[in-house]
Design a protein around this ligand. Sequence first.
Ligand SMILES: Cc1ncc(COP(=O)(O)OP(=O)(O)O)c(N)n1
Ligand SMILES: Cc1nc(C(=O)O)sc1CCOP(=O)(O)O
Ligand SMILES: [Mg+2]
Length: 201
Amino acid sequence: MKLDPFYLIVDSAAWIERLVPLGVRLVQLRIKTMDEVGLRAEIRKARALCTHHQCQLIVNDHWRQAMEEGCDFVHLGQEDLQTADLSQIRAAGVRLGLSTHDHAELETAMAAEPDYLALGPIYPTILKKMKWAPQGLERIAEWKRLVAPIPLVAIGGLNPDRLDGVFEAGADSAAVVTDITLHADPEGRTREWIEKTRPWR
Ligand SMILES: Cc1ncc(COP(=O)(O)OP(=O)(O)O)c(N)n1
Ligand SMILES: Cc1nc(C(=O)O)sc1CCOP(=O)(O)O
Ligand SMILES: [Mg+2]
């Protein structure tokens, strides 16, 4: 499976409506706190937008709601994995991306036979507090050797200036939140990401 090298992560369907039409091909809806009705509406709207714009939608955490809304790709972390019903996800033909931060997590993740693996945080991130030190580029190269041919996603503190290093080290896709969502010009920055990742597409 080939992942687009630009992996946008946002926390609402409104962001998807704003940025996906610019040419984003891979987007994650990452909603951490919302009531069930609101969450369902967000997933439904995100799915419709992504279908219309031929963008692959990946739903973070909420695998059950994602499946019930007809989505075909979810992302789970190690804690999410403990409660997720992987056989139900697989039986529905839903694809699965998994987070990893160290060797023990990688072993757990590989056992689940994911469709991609994410490694982070590559650089310091301001989005959330993390117990892992930045992994650095060497770690991407190590992970690539361990996981290929499973696609590898790099995440954490990425920006356009850091992309060449990340791809040269072996990442297949670069995931980003705040470099775009906190930018003064999110549309302009999204176009910059699309251009900068073009050679890796
Ligand atoms: C592409 C990608 N990589 C890693 C994560 C982090 O997932 P997780 O560890 O479950 O943390 P939360 O994002 O749920 O806070 C991700 N969402 N996407
Ligand atoms: C959601 C997330 N997961 C990470 C991990 O390492 O698993 S790092 C991260 C935050 C990514 O945001 P930004 O691009 O703003 O640094
Ligand atoms: Mg999670």
